[in-house]
Design a protein around this ligand. Structure first.
Ligand code: FAD
Length: 550
């Protein structure tokens, strides 16, 4: 098989044009082509009047060797790589202690799945509930303002990405094609097949719920165990004869203790109490940069028109997304980077708090992405130096988050409404008194106010600087009626639970495998899932004493 990349065809090309384009590109007669499959399909919308589809294709030819020789210097004509998944180890017949996975978000799910597929029968512990019950609890906040601290957008089966847009792309380096393994398992669990080939796949909330249940079933069928309502409150760490600290067991909220020498820590970025416990137990933690800002909402039609021009609404293109960055490093500028994050075309803004008395926003959508508004976070990068007014040490970023989330709760009126403002008023520095054409989608509701008090002054200044510049790239971005809702404080983990590069174990606690977004090693569903696979492999190698793959 031969892989042909960067083959461009017009947006409305007929299906049969693909074979013709392959033959023309490779200068071959029709008889030379046995078949082909689309590996990836993206689009190039830089020329709005002439949007092109861009294909990566796996092509089967009568004589591949001679074509590869003829195109030896062409990086777009290469042998198809092996993207199949190959396990690194097999569990021994007798396993003294089963590995434990803390957290059943994308990272924990894939860590558990891979361990189960290799025969290690992991025990998964999640503080939240199974996904159907969790869905009810989450809606209880959105509909009735009742927050369930252990069962919400952040905690419970499926993790933080369950009520999301389900975007499945990432820019991580992935030499072993683990991302492909993730997508393949998602399709087995009920995701649409197209996620295997479209360049920016997404699943949407509705399907994610069923997929997560199906993946739970697969892990259980392979001998894994998944326990909900099981918050890990402590670790037992001993200094062994080798002079090193080793994890020996985990203690649960109900007081019970589970013995294991191999514990995957995949707790997500909102497990603040767990980070406090790890710090108290002497596990190496570091403060890490993250970003803060607001959600912005526009009519989806404004974004579609700006991105796709006359092709707006084309079924292959779907609802348009965007990615915007402003570095603020020119003379006279803020010196801060501001960027769009977690853009949800045709979606809604959601209440994503996990602690009582705090407000935090995020975004989600359904597979169809057909809600009226587009939303994205517009956030300003901050570093550990910015955390100083809120505390010191590795947990100071959490103190900053808590401060501004509590403040947002108060600004919203103290009933889980979020503070909001029209963009025009935000830029003019006056409170909003009434809504315009863009109705905010955040549930349970938005309280109009002046957001300039909702975040530190440097972040407000940087966002004010960036919005008009973004309007030059997407006409209408700084429109008066666009809505800002806040605060967006959980863009990534405020801590890193640092691990060794080679064996993925905590810097100072053997047997503890920090993983996924909470540990600071992923950002998003796909990268968290890929990290889960890497860590599962590291656990398998540690248990069996095998060598890592080359
Ligand atoms: P998490 O998904 O956070 O999972 C951690 C799990 O650990 C949770 O289930 C929690 O209950 C459990 N846990 C925590 N502490 C303990 C403890 N002490 N004991 C036991 N269990 C514990 N990313 C994308 O790529 N695309 C998107 O479209 C997208 N949209 C999002 C929308 C929303 C509303 C949110 C909140 C996030 C979104 N994200 C999205 C981000 C994505 O969800 C995360 O990057 C991803 O879920 C991180 O995976 P994880 O497994 O590392 O952690």
């Amino acid at each position: 098989m031969l892989r042909l990349t960067d083959l461009k065809l017009p947006l409305d090309h007929p299906p049969e044009a693909l074979a013709g384009a392959i033959l023309a590109r490779l200068a071959l007669p029709a008889s030379a082509l046995r078949g082909f499959a689309v590996f990836r399909r993206g689009y190039d919308a830089r020329k709005r009047g002439a949007i092109a589809l861009v294909y990566t294709l796996d092509v089967e030819l009568v004589d591949e060797a001679s074509v590869l020789a003829r195109f030896a210097d062409d990086r777009h004509v290469q042998p198809t790589p092996d993207t199949g998944y190959h396990p690194v180890a097999q569990a021994p017949a007798r396993l003294e202690h089963r590995p434990i996975v803390i957290g059943f978000g994308p990272c924990g799910i894939f860590a558990a799945l891979i361990l189960a597929q290799m025969g290690f029968r992991p025990i998964v512990l999640d503080r939240g509930k199974a996904v159907r019950e969790r869905t009810r609890d989450t809606w209880d906040l959105w509909r009735k303002r009742n927050l369930h601290p252990e069962s919400n957008v952040q905690f419970g089966e499926g993790g933080a990405g369950t009520f999301s847009d389900g975007k499945l792309y990432s820019q991580i380096s992935d030499p072993h094609h683990h991302g492909r393994k993730v997508l393949t398992e998602f399709v087995k669990a009920g995701a649409p097949e197209e996620i295997l080939y479209v360049s920016k796949p997404h699943i949407g909330t509705f399907r994610l719920v069923t997929m997560v249940e199906n993946m739970r079933g697969t892990i259980q069928a392979l001998g894994g165990e998944i326990r909900f309502d099981q918050r890990v409150e402590d670790l037992r760490v001993e200094t062994a004869a080798d002079g090193l600290r080793h994890v020996r067991s985990v203690r649960l909220a109900d007081g019970s203790e589970l013995r294991s020498d191999h514990v995957v820590l995949a707790v997500g970025h909102s497990a603040r109490d767990t980070f406090e416990m790890l710090h108290a137990r002497g596990v190496h933690l570091e403060a890490k940069p993250f970003s803060i800002g607001f959600r912005i909402e526009h009519p989806q039609s404004v974004i579609d028109r700006a991105r796709f021009g006359p092709q707006a609404g084309h079924p292959i293109l779907g609802a348009a997304d965007y990615k915007l960055v402003h570095h603020g490093n020119k003379p006279g500028q803020s010196g801060r980077s501001v960027y769009s994050f977690c853009m949800c075309p045709g979606g809604t803004v959601v209440a994503a708090a996990s602690e009582p008395g705090r407000v935090v926003t995020n975004g989600m959508s359904q597979y169809s992405r057909n809600e009226r508004n587009a939303n994205a976070a517009i956030v300003c990068g901050i570093t550990p130096e910015d955390f100083a007014p809120y505390g010191e040490g590795p947990l100071a970023g959490i103190a900053l988050q808590r401060h501004w989330e509590s403040h947002a709760f108060a600004m919203g009126g103290g009933d889980y409404s979020a503070p909001g403002q029209r963009v025009g008023d935000f830029l003019a520095g006056r409170a909003s008194r009434e809504l315009g054409d863009v109705l905010p989608s955040y549930k349970p509701g938005v309280h109009l106010t002046d957001l300039s008090a909702a975040l530190p002054g440097y972040a407000i200044g940087a966002i004010r600087e960036a919005l008009p510049l973004f309007d030059r790239q997407i006409r209408g971005f700084a429109m008066h009626d666009a809505m800002l809702t806040g605060v967006e404080t959980r863009t990534s983990s405020p801590v890193r639970v640092r691990r060794n590069e080679g064996d993925y174990q905590s810097l100072n606690t053997r047997g503890l495998f920090p993983a996924g977004e909470g540990a600071g090693y992923a950002g998003g569903i796909l990268s968290a899932a890929v990290d889960g696979i890497r860590v599962a492999e590291a656990v398998a190698l540690a248990i069996t004493g095998s060598e890592p793959r080359a």
